[in-house]
Design a protein around this ligand. Structure first.
Ligand code: PLP
Length: 407
C-alpha cells in the first residue's frame, strides 16, 4: 500500500493567499459594481524593462538558427550570467564571490525551499516570525518539526520580530544549526544594519551553523549604510548562503530567474564531525534535480547588468518605492506606526487590532486588499502588510478610499 509523507499532514490547512483570495472572491461576487484594488500579494505589476525584452527577442532569434541554437545548457547557468552576477552584485561591492559560486535557477522560492535537503534531518532550526512561509513549510515537509500547536511548530526556535526590537530579531540564547534571515524583509520591510548582521555571522561561526540569507528585495535598498549582501560582513563566506532573485528588480515573477550563492569556503559536518563542502553538495543536488534556466531568460537577466539595464531597473524599483513612500505617509497620517517602504516594497502597519478584522474592514469599506499579518506568523498578529506593487493611480485611489473608510 502506497503511503503518503505524513509530514504534509502537519502543514496548516490552507495557504495564506488562498484564504485571502476566497474572501476577496466572495466580496467581488456579492459586490460586482465595486472594483477592488489589490495591495496584498507581492507580485509586480509593471512590464519587463526594455533591455530585457530586447535580449529575449535577440536570444529567441538565436534559437531559430541551427548555428546559434542552444539545447541543454549548464545546470548552474551560463558563464556569461554567472560572471556578470559575481562581478556586478558582489565584487563591485567588495565581496569576494566567484562565478562558480553562483547557481542560477528558476526562482528563489525553489532555492530557499530546496536548500534544506542537503542538511541533516535532525538539525536545529531558527526561523523568523513573521516570515515568508516557504522556510517553515519546507522544513515541516522534511520532517524537522513536530505538530503545529497554537500557530507554532514544535522544534523551531522562532526569531520574534516585534515593535520592541524594531522588527529585527535578537540572536537566540540557544545554539541552532540552520538560521533563516531575510533582509530587506518580507513581510515587514525591515532592514538589518552591518552590526546586526555581523552579530549573526559571529553567532553562526561560534555554533558551526549556517545562515540562509534571503536578499530577494536587495534592489530596493537606498540607505547607503545598509548592507546589500551578507558577504559584506567579514567571515560570512564560511557560514552563509545567499539567495537573490530577478523577480522584483526586473519584473521576472512570470519570467522566472534567480540565483543562489554557495561559497566554496562553506562547510557543514558529517556524522563523524568531518567538514564537508556545502558547495559540492549543492552542485550535486542542483545538477541532479535541475536542468538549467532557458537560454533566452538568462540572456534577459544578464541584460540588467548593462549600463542601460542598470538605469532601467533603478527606474523600476524607484517607481515602486515612490508608491511605498505614499502608502507609508498616508498610513502614518492616519495614526498608525509603520516600518518598511523606504528600503523595501512592503509597508508593515501596526494596526493595533486583529489583523484579519482589519483586512475585512479595508476590503468591505475601502475595497482594498492588504495582507493580514497573522498569516505570516504569531508575531504578525496586530499588523498588516501593504504592498507597493501596483500602478500609481491605483495606489493613490486606494489611499483615498482607506482614508475615507477609517475616518
Ligand atoms: N524570498 C522572498 C522573501 C520572497 O518574498 C519571494 C517572493 O515573493 C521569494 C523569495 C521568491 O522569489 P522568486 O520569484 O524568485 O521565486
Amino acid at each position: 500500500m502506497i503511503r503518503i509523507n505524513e509530514n504534509y499532514t502537519k502543514l496548516k490547512a490552507s495557504y495564506l493567499f488562498s484564504d485571502i483570495a476566497k474572501r476577496v472572491n466572495a466580496f467581488v461576487a456579492a459586490n460586482p459594481d465595486k472594483p477592488v484594488i489589490r495591495l496584498g500579494i507581492g507580485d509586480v505589476t509593471e512590464p519587463l524593462p526594455q533591455v530585457c525584452v530586447d535580449a529575449l527577442h535577440a536570444a529567441t532569434d538565436e534559437m531559430a538558427q541551427r548555428a546559434s541554437f542552444k539545447g541543454y545548457g549548464p545546470e548552474q547557468g551560463y558563464a556569461f550570467l554567472r560572471e556578470a552576477i559575481a562581478q556586478h552584485d558582489f565584487v563591485a561591492r567588495g565581496c569576494a564571490i566567484e562565478a562558480d559560486e553562483v547557481f542560477v535557477s528558476d526562482g528563489s522560492k525553489c532555492d530557499c525551499g530546496n536548500i534544506q535537503e542537503i542538511f541533516s534531518e535532525d538539525l536545529r532550526l531558527a526561523i523568523p516570525d513573521p516570515v515568508y512561509p516557504v522556510y517553515v513549510d519546507t522544513n515541516v515537509m522534511a520532517g524537522r518539526t513536530g505538530a503545529n500547536v497554537d500557530g507554532r511548530y514544535a522544534g523551531i526556535t522562532y526569531l520574534d520580530s516585534t515593535p520592541a526590537n524594531g522588527y529585527v530579531p535578537a540572536i537566540p540564547s540557544v545554539a541552532t544549526d540552520l538560521i533563516y534571515l531575510c533582509f530587506p524583509n518580507n513581510p515587514t520591510g525591515a532592514v538589518a544594519t552591518k552590526e546586526q548582521l555581523a552579530a549573526w555571522v559571529a553567532y553562526a561561526r561560534e555554533n558551526k551553523a549556517i545562515i540562509l540569507f534571503d536578499a530577494a528585495y536587495e534592489a530596493f535598498i537606498r540607505d547607503p549604510e545598509v548592507p546589500h549582501s551578507i558577504y559584506e560582513i567579514e567571515g560570512a563566506r564560511e557560514v552563509a548562503i545567499e539567495f537573490r532573485s530577478f523577480s522584483k528588480i526586473a519584473g521576472f515573477t512570470g519570467t522566472r530567474c534567480a540565483y543562489t550563492i554557495v561559497p566554496k569556503a562553506l562547510k557543514a559536518y558529517d556524522a563523524a564531525g568531518n567538514a564537508q563542502s556545502v558547495h559540492a553538495l549543492w552542485t550535486r543536488r542542483h545538477t541532479t534535480k535541475f536542468n538549467g534556466v532557458a537560454y533566452p531568460i538568462q540572456k534577459a537577466a544578464a541584460a540588467i547588468y548593462t549600463e542601460t539595464g542598470k538605469a532601467q531597473t533603478k527606474a523600476l524599483t524607484d517607481f515602486y518605492l515612490g508608491n511605498a513612500a505614499l502608502i507609508r505617509a498616508a498610513m502614518q497620517k492616519l495614526g498608525f506606526s509603520c516600518i518598511g517602504g523606504d528600503n523595501a516594497p512592503y509597508i508593515w502597519v501596526n494596526v493595533g487590532r486583529d489583523s484579519w478584522e482589519f483586512f475585512d474592514l479595508l476590503l468591505n469599506k475601502a475595497q482594498v486588499v492588504c495582507t493580514p499579518g497573522a498569516g505570516f506568523g504569531k508575531c504578525g498578529e496586530g499588523h498588516v502588510r501593504i504592498s507597493a506593487f501596483n500602478s500609481r493611480a491605483n495606489v493613490e485611489q486606494a489611499l483615498e478610499r482607506i482614508a475615507a473608510a477609517l475616518k
